[in-house]
Design a protein around this ligand. Structure first.
Ligand code: PMP
Length: 396
Protein backbone atom coordinates (compact mmCIF):
# COMPACT_ATOMS: atom_id res chain seq x y z
CA UNK A 1 0.00 0.00 0.00
CA UNK A 2 1.25 3.47 -0.89
CA UNK A 3 1.04 5.62 2.25
CA UNK A 4 1.07 9.42 2.21
CA UNK A 5 4.25 11.48 2.40
CA UNK A 6 2.76 13.11 5.49
CA UNK A 7 3.77 10.10 7.57
CA UNK A 8 7.42 10.51 6.71
CA UNK A 9 7.48 14.08 8.00
CA UNK A 10 7.44 13.21 11.69
CA UNK A 11 8.59 10.58 14.19
CA UNK A 12 6.60 8.44 16.59
CA UNK A 13 6.99 9.48 20.25
CA UNK A 14 10.18 7.99 21.70
CA UNK A 15 8.48 7.86 25.11
CA UNK A 16 5.79 5.50 23.84
CA UNK A 17 8.33 3.49 21.83
CA UNK A 18 10.38 2.79 24.96
CA UNK A 19 7.30 1.78 26.96
CA UNK A 20 6.40 -0.62 24.12
CA UNK A 21 9.88 -2.19 24.09
CA UNK A 22 9.63 -2.62 27.86
CA UNK A 23 6.24 -4.34 27.54
CA UNK A 24 7.65 -6.70 24.90
CA UNK A 25 10.49 -7.78 27.20
CA UNK A 26 8.04 -8.16 30.07
CA UNK A 27 5.88 -10.43 27.89
CA UNK A 28 8.93 -12.71 27.65
CA UNK A 29 8.84 -13.06 31.44
CA UNK A 30 11.61 -10.52 32.19
CA UNK A 31 11.18 -8.24 35.21
CA UNK A 32 11.41 -4.84 33.55
CA UNK A 33 11.16 -1.69 35.70
CA UNK A 34 9.55 1.21 33.91
CA UNK A 35 11.21 4.58 34.40
CA UNK A 36 10.10 5.77 30.97
CA UNK A 37 6.54 6.54 32.03
CA UNK A 38 5.01 9.98 31.88
CA UNK A 39 2.06 9.25 34.11
CA UNK A 40 1.34 9.19 37.83
CA UNK A 41 1.29 5.64 39.25
CA UNK A 42 -1.63 6.60 41.55
CA UNK A 43 -5.30 5.74 41.14
CA UNK A 44 -7.84 8.39 40.20
CA UNK A 45 -9.17 9.96 43.45
CA UNK A 46 -12.38 8.40 44.82
CA UNK A 47 -14.59 11.51 44.58
CA UNK A 48 -13.81 11.77 40.86
CA UNK A 49 -14.49 8.08 40.31
CA UNK A 50 -17.87 8.52 42.01
CA UNK A 51 -18.72 11.34 39.61
CA UNK A 52 -17.69 9.16 36.67
CA UNK A 53 -19.90 6.28 37.89
CA UNK A 54 -22.78 8.68 38.42
CA UNK A 55 -22.41 9.99 34.87
CA UNK A 56 -22.81 6.47 33.49
CA UNK A 57 -25.86 5.87 35.70
CA UNK A 58 -27.37 9.15 34.56
CA UNK A 59 -26.92 8.10 30.93
CA UNK A 60 -24.31 10.57 29.78
CA UNK A 61 -23.96 8.44 26.69
CA UNK A 62 -24.76 10.86 23.90
CA UNK A 63 -22.69 13.07 21.62
CA UNK A 64 -21.29 16.08 23.42
CA UNK A 65 -20.83 19.70 22.25
CA UNK A 66 -17.62 19.85 20.18
CA UNK A 67 -15.82 22.27 22.52
CA UNK A 68 -17.11 20.67 25.73
CA UNK A 69 -20.17 20.89 28.00
CA UNK A 70 -20.86 24.51 29.02
CA UNK A 71 -20.63 23.65 32.74
CA UNK A 72 -17.25 21.97 32.19
CA UNK A 73 -15.96 25.04 30.36
CA UNK A 74 -17.26 27.14 33.24
CA UNK A 75 -15.48 24.84 35.72
CA UNK A 76 -12.23 25.42 33.81
CA UNK A 77 -12.77 29.19 34.01
CA UNK A 78 -13.38 28.83 37.76
CA UNK A 79 -10.16 26.84 38.13
CA UNK A 80 -8.16 29.41 36.19
CA UNK A 81 -9.48 32.16 38.44
CA UNK A 82 -9.06 30.15 41.67
CA UNK A 83 -5.53 28.88 41.03
CA UNK A 84 -4.04 31.43 38.64
CA UNK A 85 -6.11 34.59 39.11
CA UNK A 86 -6.81 34.60 35.37
CA UNK A 87 -10.12 35.75 33.88
CA UNK A 88 -11.45 33.64 31.03
CA UNK A 89 -14.94 33.14 29.64
CA UNK A 90 -16.33 29.84 28.32
CA UNK A 91 -15.79 31.15 24.75
CA UNK A 92 -12.04 31.10 25.53
CA UNK A 93 -12.05 27.38 26.38
CA UNK A 94 -12.01 24.20 24.29
CA UNK A 95 -11.81 20.72 25.78
CA UNK A 96 -9.99 17.99 23.83
CA UNK A 97 -8.84 14.37 24.06
CA UNK A 98 -5.90 15.10 26.33
CA UNK A 99 -3.49 18.01 26.28
CA UNK A 100 -1.74 16.32 23.37
CA UNK A 101 -4.85 16.82 21.27
CA UNK A 102 -5.14 20.43 22.48
CA UNK A 103 -1.55 21.02 21.32
CA UNK A 104 -2.22 19.39 17.94
CA UNK A 105 -5.32 21.55 17.44
CA UNK A 106 -3.38 24.68 18.37
CA UNK A 107 -0.57 23.99 15.91
CA UNK A 108 -2.95 23.02 13.12
CA UNK A 109 -5.02 26.13 13.72
CA UNK A 110 -1.97 28.45 13.66
CA UNK A 111 0.80 27.07 11.50
CA UNK A 112 1.11 27.33 7.73
CA UNK A 113 3.90 25.95 5.60
CA UNK A 114 7.29 27.53 6.49
CA UNK A 115 6.01 29.42 9.51
CA UNK A 116 8.70 29.38 12.17
CA UNK A 117 8.05 27.90 15.59
CA UNK A 118 10.58 28.52 18.35
CA UNK A 119 11.00 25.69 20.84
CA UNK A 120 13.62 25.90 23.58
CA UNK A 121 15.30 22.56 24.23
CA UNK A 122 14.78 20.28 26.07
CA UNK A 123 11.11 20.12 25.14
CA UNK A 124 8.31 17.62 25.21
CA UNK A 125 8.61 15.26 22.22
CA UNK A 126 5.28 16.03 20.59
CA UNK A 127 5.76 19.76 20.02
CA UNK A 128 8.27 19.53 17.17
CA UNK A 129 6.63 16.55 15.50
CA UNK A 130 3.21 18.18 15.07
CA UNK A 131 4.88 21.34 13.75
CA UNK A 132 6.67 19.18 11.16
CA UNK A 133 3.44 17.42 10.31
CA UNK A 134 1.96 20.86 9.58
CA UNK A 135 5.02 21.75 7.46
CA UNK A 136 6.10 24.50 9.83
CA UNK A 137 9.78 25.15 10.47
CA UNK A 138 11.02 24.04 13.89
CA UNK A 139 13.55 26.48 15.33
CA UNK A 140 15.22 24.81 18.32
CA UNK A 141 17.04 27.04 20.79
CA UNK A 142 19.49 25.02 22.83
CA UNK A 143 19.41 26.15 26.47
CA UNK A 144 22.20 25.49 28.94
CA UNK A 145 22.66 23.28 31.97
CA UNK A 146 24.08 26.37 33.73
CA UNK A 147 20.80 28.26 33.24
CA UNK A 148 18.84 25.21 34.41
CA UNK A 149 17.68 24.63 30.83
CA UNK A 150 15.61 27.82 30.70
CA UNK A 151 15.68 30.16 27.73
CA UNK A 152 17.09 33.63 28.42
CA UNK A 153 15.55 36.84 27.03
CA UNK A 154 18.64 37.33 24.81
CA UNK A 155 18.34 33.81 23.37
CA UNK A 156 14.65 34.38 22.71
CA UNK A 157 15.23 37.75 21.04
CA UNK A 158 17.94 36.28 18.81
CA UNK A 159 15.65 33.48 17.61
CA UNK A 160 12.68 35.67 16.62
CA UNK A 161 12.41 36.58 12.92
CA UNK A 162 9.58 38.13 10.87
CA UNK A 163 8.48 34.56 10.12
CA UNK A 164 8.11 33.54 13.77
CA UNK A 165 4.53 32.55 14.41
CA UNK A 166 4.65 30.62 17.67
CA UNK A 167 6.78 30.01 20.75
CA UNK A 168 6.16 26.73 22.62
CA UNK A 169 7.29 25.88 26.13
CA UNK A 170 6.27 24.10 29.29
CA UNK A 171 6.68 25.14 32.91
CA UNK A 172 7.14 22.97 34.90
CA UNK A 173 9.12 21.44 32.09
CA UNK A 174 9.05 17.90 30.84
CA UNK A 175 11.78 16.51 30.78
CA UNK A 176 13.96 18.79 32.96
CA UNK A 177 11.55 19.75 35.74
CA UNK A 178 12.63 23.39 35.38
CA UNK A 179 10.10 25.98 36.53
CA UNK A 180 10.10 29.58 35.32
CA UNK A 181 9.82 32.11 38.14
CA UNK A 182 7.70 35.24 37.87
CA UNK A 183 10.87 37.31 37.35
CA UNK A 184 12.03 35.05 34.51
CA UNK A 185 8.62 35.19 32.83
CA UNK A 186 8.53 38.97 33.24
CA UNK A 187 11.85 39.23 31.42
CA UNK A 188 10.64 37.00 28.57
CA UNK A 189 7.38 38.98 28.42
CA UNK A 190 9.40 42.15 27.78
CA UNK A 191 10.79 40.51 24.64
CA UNK A 192 7.39 39.27 23.48
CA UNK A 193 5.93 42.76 23.91
CA UNK A 194 8.29 43.91 21.14
CA UNK A 195 7.00 41.17 18.82
CA UNK A 196 3.21 41.34 18.77
CA UNK A 197 2.78 38.72 16.04
CA UNK A 198 4.30 35.88 18.02
CA UNK A 199 1.78 33.59 19.72
CA UNK A 200 2.82 31.70 22.85
CA UNK A 201 1.88 28.18 23.85
CA UNK A 202 2.25 27.80 27.61
CA UNK A 203 1.97 24.13 28.53
CA UNK A 204 1.08 24.08 32.23
CA UNK A 205 0.01 20.47 32.59
CA UNK A 206 2.49 19.92 35.48
CA UNK A 207 1.16 22.91 37.43
CA UNK A 208 0.38 20.83 40.52
CA UNK A 209 3.70 19.01 40.60
CA UNK A 210 5.74 21.98 41.72
CA UNK A 211 8.34 21.79 44.49
CA UNK A 212 9.13 25.50 44.69
CA UNK A 213 5.78 27.05 45.48
CA UNK A 214 3.58 29.24 43.34
CA UNK A 215 2.85 28.29 39.78
CA UNK A 216 3.29 31.26 37.46
CA UNK A 217 1.67 31.54 34.04
CA UNK A 218 2.88 33.78 31.24
CA UNK A 219 -0.80 34.57 30.62
CA UNK A 220 -0.69 36.83 33.70
CA UNK A 221 0.78 39.69 31.63
CA UNK A 222 -2.17 41.69 30.23
CA UNK A 223 -0.25 42.77 27.11
CA UNK A 224 0.33 39.11 26.20
CA UNK A 225 -2.76 37.34 27.47
CA UNK A 226 -4.71 37.44 24.20
CA UNK A 227 -1.93 35.63 22.32
CA UNK A 228 -1.09 33.10 25.00
CA UNK A 229 -2.71 29.69 24.71
CA UNK A 230 -2.61 27.84 28.01
CA UNK A 231 -2.51 24.08 27.59
CA UNK A 232 -3.64 22.03 30.53
CA UNK A 233 -5.40 18.81 31.41
CA UNK A 234 -6.33 16.27 34.04
CA UNK A 235 -3.74 13.60 33.22
CA UNK A 236 -0.97 14.56 35.62
CA UNK A 237 -2.55 16.44 38.52
CA UNK A 238 -5.50 14.09 38.97
CA UNK A 239 -3.98 10.77 37.84
CA UNK A 240 -6.45 10.56 34.95
CA UNK A 241 -4.24 9.86 31.94
CA UNK A 242 -6.58 7.21 30.53
CA UNK A 243 -9.67 9.39 30.71
CA UNK A 244 -8.22 11.83 28.15
CA UNK A 245 -9.20 15.33 29.11
CA UNK A 246 -7.07 18.27 28.02
CA UNK A 247 -8.01 21.85 27.40
CA UNK A 248 -6.84 25.05 25.80
CA UNK A 249 -7.58 28.51 27.21
CA UNK A 250 -6.93 31.45 24.95
CA UNK A 251 -8.07 33.85 22.26
CA UNK A 252 -11.71 33.22 21.23
CA UNK A 253 -10.89 33.16 17.48
CA UNK A 254 -8.18 30.56 18.09
CA UNK A 255 -10.66 28.52 20.12
CA UNK A 256 -13.16 28.72 17.23
CA UNK A 257 -10.45 27.50 14.85
CA UNK A 258 -9.71 24.56 17.11
CA UNK A 259 -13.42 23.81 17.37
CA UNK A 260 -13.71 23.72 13.59
CA UNK A 261 -10.85 21.23 13.37
CA UNK A 262 -12.17 19.14 16.21
CA UNK A 263 -15.66 19.12 14.68
CA UNK A 264 -14.28 17.22 11.70
CA UNK A 265 -11.64 15.09 13.37
CA UNK A 266 -13.09 13.82 16.65
CA UNK A 267 -16.26 15.70 17.74
CA UNK A 268 -16.60 16.49 21.45
CA UNK A 269 -14.75 14.28 23.91
CA UNK A 270 -16.15 11.39 25.97
CA UNK A 271 -19.27 12.46 27.90
CA UNK A 272 -18.45 10.55 31.10
CA UNK A 273 -14.92 11.97 31.27
CA UNK A 274 -16.33 15.47 30.99
CA UNK A 275 -18.71 14.95 33.92
CA UNK A 276 -15.86 13.60 36.05
CA UNK A 277 -13.75 16.53 34.93
CA UNK A 278 -16.19 19.03 36.42
CA UNK A 279 -15.79 17.45 39.85
CA UNK A 280 -12.01 17.16 39.49
CA UNK A 281 -11.66 20.83 38.61
CA UNK A 282 -13.98 22.25 41.24
CA UNK A 283 -13.53 19.93 44.24
CA UNK A 284 -10.90 20.11 46.94
CA UNK A 285 -7.34 19.63 45.67
CA UNK A 286 -6.30 17.49 48.67
CA UNK A 287 -5.60 14.26 46.75
CA UNK A 288 -3.61 16.25 44.18
CA UNK A 289 -1.57 17.88 46.94
CA UNK A 290 -0.96 14.47 48.54
CA UNK A 291 0.36 13.09 45.24
CA UNK A 292 2.66 16.10 44.98
CA UNK A 293 4.08 15.36 48.44
CA UNK A 294 4.76 11.75 47.51
CA UNK A 295 6.55 12.88 44.32
CA UNK A 296 8.64 15.26 46.40
CA UNK A 297 9.71 12.40 48.69
CA UNK A 298 10.71 10.30 45.70
CA UNK A 299 12.54 13.21 44.13
CA UNK A 300 14.73 13.58 47.22
CA UNK A 301 15.56 9.87 47.17
CA UNK A 302 16.25 9.85 43.43
CA UNK A 303 18.68 12.75 43.82
CA UNK A 304 20.58 10.70 46.43
CA UNK A 305 20.59 7.66 44.17
CA UNK A 306 21.84 9.73 41.22
CA UNK A 307 24.85 10.82 43.27
CA UNK A 308 25.91 7.16 43.35
CA UNK A 309 26.27 7.10 39.55
CA UNK A 310 29.80 8.22 38.71
CA UNK A 311 30.17 11.10 36.28
CA UNK A 312 26.46 11.93 36.17
CA UNK A 313 25.27 15.47 36.86
CA UNK A 314 21.71 16.69 37.03
CA UNK A 315 19.71 19.90 37.38
CA UNK A 316 17.51 19.51 40.47
CA UNK A 317 13.94 19.42 39.21
CA UNK A 318 11.65 22.11 40.63
CA UNK A 319 8.57 20.43 39.20
CA UNK A 320 7.17 17.45 37.24
CA UNK A 321 8.29 13.89 38.03
CA UNK A 322 11.47 13.34 36.04
CA UNK A 323 15.19 13.72 36.41
CA UNK A 324 17.16 14.51 33.28
CA UNK A 325 20.83 13.80 34.05
CA UNK A 326 23.77 14.49 31.76
CA UNK A 327 25.22 11.05 30.95
CA UNK A 328 27.75 11.83 28.23
CA UNK A 329 30.58 10.52 30.42
CA UNK A 330 29.46 7.04 29.28
CA UNK A 331 29.58 7.79 25.56
CA UNK A 332 32.42 5.91 23.84
CA UNK A 333 32.59 3.27 26.61
CA UNK A 334 31.97 -0.46 26.29
CA UNK A 335 31.15 -3.44 28.51
CA UNK A 336 33.09 -5.66 26.13
CA UNK A 337 29.95 -6.60 24.19
CA UNK A 338 28.24 -3.31 23.37
CA UNK A 339 29.75 0.11 22.76
CA UNK A 340 27.69 3.12 23.84
CA UNK A 341 27.98 5.91 21.29
CA UNK A 342 25.12 8.15 22.40
CA UNK A 343 22.11 8.52 24.70
CA UNK A 344 19.90 6.37 22.43
CA UNK A 345 22.35 3.50 22.77
CA UNK A 346 22.73 4.03 26.50
CA UNK A 347 18.94 3.70 26.93
CA UNK A 348 18.95 0.48 24.90
CA UNK A 349 21.88 -0.79 26.98
CA UNK A 350 19.99 -0.04 30.21
CA UNK A 351 16.92 -1.78 28.83
CA UNK A 352 18.78 -4.90 27.70
CA UNK A 353 21.31 -5.20 30.53
CA UNK A 354 19.57 -3.56 33.53
CA UNK A 355 16.00 -4.20 32.41
CA UNK A 356 15.04 -0.61 33.13
CA UNK A 357 13.26 1.61 30.61
CA UNK A 358 14.38 5.23 30.32
CA UNK A 359 14.04 7.74 27.48
CA UNK A 360 16.86 9.14 25.40
CA UNK A 361 17.50 12.87 25.68
CA UNK A 362 17.73 13.15 21.91
CA UNK A 363 13.94 12.71 21.77
CA UNK A 364 13.71 15.95 23.76
CA UNK A 365 16.36 17.77 21.75
CA UNK A 366 19.18 17.31 24.31
CA UNK A 367 21.48 14.49 23.22
CA UNK A 368 23.73 14.53 26.33
CA UNK A 369 20.98 13.39 28.69
CA UNK A 370 18.49 10.65 29.44
CA UNK A 371 15.14 11.02 31.20
CA UNK A 372 14.23 8.89 34.21
CA UNK A 373 10.73 9.16 35.62
CA UNK A 374 10.03 8.87 39.32
CA UNK A 375 6.35 8.14 38.76
CA UNK A 376 6.98 4.66 40.13
CA UNK A 377 6.97 3.27 43.68
CA UNK A 378 10.01 3.89 45.90
CA UNK A 379 10.88 0.17 46.13
CA UNK A 380 10.84 -0.09 42.31
CA UNK A 381 12.91 3.07 42.03
CA UNK A 382 15.48 1.71 44.51
CA UNK A 383 15.70 -1.55 42.59
CA UNK A 384 15.97 0.21 39.22
CA UNK A 385 18.82 2.50 40.33
CA UNK A 386 20.71 -0.43 41.85
CA UNK A 387 20.51 -2.21 38.50
CA UNK A 388 21.48 0.93 36.58
CA UNK A 389 24.48 1.46 38.86
CA UNK A 390 25.62 -2.12 38.28
CA UNK A 391 25.20 -1.88 34.50
CA UNK A 392 27.02 1.47 34.28
CA UNK A 393 29.90 0.13 36.39
CA UNK A 394 30.61 -2.39 33.64
CA UNK A 395 31.26 0.34 31.08
CA UNK A 396 34.92 1.20 30.55
N1 PMP B 1 2.42 18.23 27.80
C1 PMP B 1 3.42 17.67 28.48
C2 PMP B 1 4.58 18.52 28.85
C3 PMP B 1 3.38 16.31 28.81
O1 PMP B 1 4.38 15.76 29.49
C4 PMP B 1 2.25 15.54 28.43
C5 PMP B 1 2.14 14.07 28.75
N2 PMP B 1 3.30 13.36 28.86
C6 PMP B 1 1.24 16.17 27.72
C7 PMP B 1 1.34 17.51 27.42
C8 PMP B 1 0.02 15.44 27.23
O2 PMP B 1 -0.82 14.98 28.23
P1 PMP B 1 -2.23 14.36 27.93
O3 PMP B 1 -2.41 14.23 26.47
O4 PMP B 1 -2.26 13.05 28.64
O5 PMP B 1 -3.21 15.32 28.53
Amino acid sequence: MQLSSRLARFNEPETLKMAKLGRELRAQGIDVIDLSVGEPDFDTPEHIKEALHKAIDENFSHYTPVAGYPDLKQAICTKLKRDNNLDYKPENIIVSNGAKHSIANLIMALIDKDDEVIIPTPYWVTYSEIVKLCQGKVVLVRTSFENRYKITPAELEAAITPKTKLFMFSSPNNPTGSVYSKEELTALAEVFKKHPNVAIMSDEIYEYTNYVGNHESIAQFPELKDRVAIIHGLSKGYAMTGYRLGYLAGNADLVKGCEKLQGQFTSGINAVTQRGGIIALTADLKPTVEMGKEFEKRKQRVLELLKELPGVKCVIPDGAFYVFPVVKTYFGKTDGEETINNADELCMYLLNKAHVTTVTGSAFGEPDCIRLSFANSLPSIEKAYARIKEALAKLH
